[in-house]
Design a protein around this ligand. Structure first.
Ligand SMILES: Nc1ncnc2c1ncn2[C@@H]1O[C@H](COP(=O)(O)OP(=O)(O)OP(=O)(O)O)[C@@H](O)[C@H]1O
Length: 259
């Protein structure tokens, strides 16, 4: 379970270019829930993910993971409890190493074991099993160098590597944004397969409204550093892309009228 309580972050405080990134933001994500975060540019989505991961130090407010207050916990310690996949498919993997070697690296990172026993048959079998969750056939390409994989395969590999340590929380930071639409859909399907199989509590930021409609239990719309709208249950099941986009335009009209 993730809780963000009254998170506030102001950049360049007191200066002409002061920016309120998080404005008393509150959010609660239940264990096993998949939340999809949307919002216009500058709404505070990245700041929120950074505050959860510890990359951003809050001015005030709290972040709790499964009831533990991690607000003061440094990034490297929080990294054991959460996994994050970024936009760039080149970032999460080592290009010149094979799929199996990348899995081993991730394994060692999350388990703090030594490299000594290397790629033994037990490990290879478990990597095959985990990779098969993605449904992309990567389990048959353990000896392929990662640089030979497609962007979608590589991003999906990053995902399965990130969640190897059974994290309490998975953060997907626009992880399909750098991919062409078809590849983005393939990666989303692989993501859903892995998230469901591993029962991961997940928070995904996306600008892809179709993905926000199609996936996840709840849509969370951020605006000006706080949650402005949440859509779940039957309402979420019935929502369309134009409906979601409509929420953006209502907000823009209001902003326009207020200014
Ligand atoms: N390191 C920083 N220094 C100064 N201002 C920042 C910094 N990071 C974020 N901001 C400001 O905080 C606000 C929220 O930014 P943030 O990047 O969290 O929004 P976002 O919703 O992720 O936007 P996008 O969709 O464009 O990625 C913006 O006004 C942004 O300019």
């Amino acid at each position: 379970m993730l809780e963000i309580r009254s998170a506030r972050k102001v950049f360049y405080k007191g200066q002409a270019d002061e920016k309120t990134a998080l404005n008393d933001l509150n959010l609660r994500l239940e264990t096993g829930e998949f939340g999809v975060v949307i919002g216009s540019n500058g709404a505070g989505k990245s700041s929120m993910l950074n505050a959860i991961s510890g990359a951003l130090v809050l001015d005030t407010g709290k972040v709790l993971i499964n009831g533990d207050d991690v607000t003061a916990m440094p990034v490297h310690k929080r990294a054991i409890r959460l996994a994050r996949v970024f936009q760039d498919p080149m970032k999460g993997t080592a290009a010149s190493m094979t799929v199996a070697e990348n899995m081993l690296l991730a394994d060692l990172r999350s388990n703090r074991r030594t490299l000594r026993r290397g790629l033994n048959p037990v490990r290879l079998a478990s990597y095959k099993e985990r990779l098969s969750l993605l449904g992309l056939g990567l389990e048959n390409r353990l000896d392929t160098r990662v640089e030979l994989l497609s962007g979608g395969q590589r991003q999906s590999l990053s995902l399965i590597m990130a969640v190897g340590g059974s994290p309490e929380l998975l953060l997907l930071d626009e992880h399909t944004a750098a991919l062409d639409p078809r590849t983005a859909d393939i990666v989303m399907q692989a993501t859903i397969r892995a998230v469901e199989a591993l029962k991961l509590t997940t928070l995904m930021v996306t600008h892809n409204m179709q993905h926000a409609v199609d996936f996840g239990h709840r849509v969370i719309m951020l605006d000006a550093g706080r949650v402005r709208l949440e859509i779940a249950g039957r309402e979420k099941a019935a929502i369309t892309v134009p409906d979601l986009i409509g929420h953006f335009s209502v907000k823009t009209d209001r902003m326009f009228l207020a200014s």
